[in-house]
Design a binder for this molecule. Structure first.
Ligand code: SF4
Ligand code: SF4
Length: 370
């Protein structure tokens, strides 16, 4: 089907009518968060964001764009790979226990407004968790994805450097999407162009009121996305980062960043590809019931590297080095790609304003100079 002009109201209504729980951006607590939507009215019309190292602020745009903002503090990870969930419950029965696993979550999500960087991040999670986590696989299989090409990169974005955005393009190496939208903001209003990428996307599009998009409109939308790539203020060194990090184990820069890093783990919590978890066991006071929970963990926690006898990475230096070396380097060995999709969240939400692009650039200089 050719590119169509659509409106967001009927799109959200149609997704709800198909039984999806629609999750998309909305304004809450001074940020653009991802939340369940009961209509398109909840979208953050007219809101943009200003971001920088350790900085995130809403700003009024002066137009009615719904997707005129970059990544917020949350990512789609929290819906596919929830921060905390029960693994099993044990109940005492006589001298023994009965162990029950929770039913797989039957929820069917429709994600509305997935950017190219986050689409790639979902692809990363699919490769890491898709074959080993039944709950993840079940949630993922039921998810309908409405992707949106980005025309508004924030100051912290660098998806053009990681090759993961800003356009949602055919053949893009991602988890896949069902519908691709482009939001075109022009002086006389906001237009939404939609293109189906799967049969499910085409079926949904066929139920919506649409008008074919003239070629010049499609061209202007493409130009707006290309301009977004040119406006990104951050980049990565022109080097093989895997090799660079493998040779940077003793670089002086690790001491420099360790002097600023609080080891708080914010960067791992907001990152759309960080997937590490730990398990926690709880019992009630009667001793009759126990539960095992899975929850997100961070390589910045001292206990994360606890092996027999103690933690392996006892210094902030070693923990930051582990995070960066894994994310940009060893991830290639494990999963055949980078663990960074250039969304910039770790830069904006680091309370110390530590910038992954600045650190890797400084490391490259360190290694070159040594
Ligand atoms: S490392 Fe930072 S920029 Fe890269 S994907 Fe994670 S949060 Fe985004
Ligand atoms: S880099 Fe920033 S966000 Fe990450 S652990 Fe250090 S202080 Fe926290």
């Amino acid at each position: 089907m050719a590119v169509q002009r659509i409106s967001l109201g009927p799109l959200v209504d149609a997704l709800l009518a198909h039984g999806y729980r629609v999750v998309g951006p909305t304004v809450r607590d001074g940020a653009i968060v991802l939340s369940e939507l009961d209509s398109a009215d909840a979208l953050p019309y007219g809101w943009g964001v200003d971001t920088g190292p350790g900085r995130y602020r809403l700003r009024e745009r002066g137009d009615r764009a719904a997707f005129g903002h970059a990544a917020g503090p949350q990512s789609w990870k929290r819906f596919l790979h929830p921060p905390r969930r029960p693994l099993w419950t044990a109940d005492r029965e006589g001298a023994g226990f009965t162990v029950t696993e929770p039913d797989e979550d039957p929820v069917r999500y429709a994600f509305l407004g997935v950017r190219a960087c986050d689409l790639r991040a979902i692809g990363v999670l699919d490769r890491v968790l898709g074959n080993v986590d039944r709950g993840y696989a079940a949630r993922r299989a039921g998810t309908f994805v409405v992707a949106v090409s980005c025309t508004e990169p924030a100051g912290t974005c660098f998806c053009a450097a990681t090759g993961t955005g800003p356009a949602i393009t055919a053949g893009h190496d991602t988890a896949g999407h069902d519908l691709a939208l482009t939001e075109l903001v022009e002086p006389d209003g906001v237009t939404y162009l939609a293109e189906a990428a799967t049969p499910a996307g085409a079926d949904l599009l066929a139920t919506l009121p649409t008008r074919p998009a003239p070629a010049e409109l499609v061209e202007r939308a493409g130009a707006a996305v290309a301009a977004a790539a040119d406006r990104m203020g951050r980049s990565l060194p022109e080097a093989d980062l895997r090799d660079l990090l493998a040779g940077a184990r003793n670089a002086a820069r690790w001491d420099d960043v360790a002097g600023r890093c609080l080891s708080c783990g914010n960067c791992t919590m907001v990152c759309p590809t960080c997937f590490c978890t730990t398990v926690e066991d709880t019992t009630d006071l009667t001793g009759e019931h126990a539960q095992r929970w899975l929850r997100w963990d961070s390589c910045f926690d001292l206990d994360f590297s606890y092996l027999h006898g103690g933690a392996v990475r006892t210094s902030t230096r070693s923990r930051y080095r582990q995070w960066l070396s894994h994310k940009l380097g060893a991830w290639h060995d494990q999963f055949g790609e980078s663990g960074c999709v250039g969304c910039g969240r770790c830069i904006a939400w680091c309370p110390a304003g530590i910038d992954i692009t600045e650190e890797i650039t400084a490391l490259a200089a360190d290694v070159k100079g040594s």
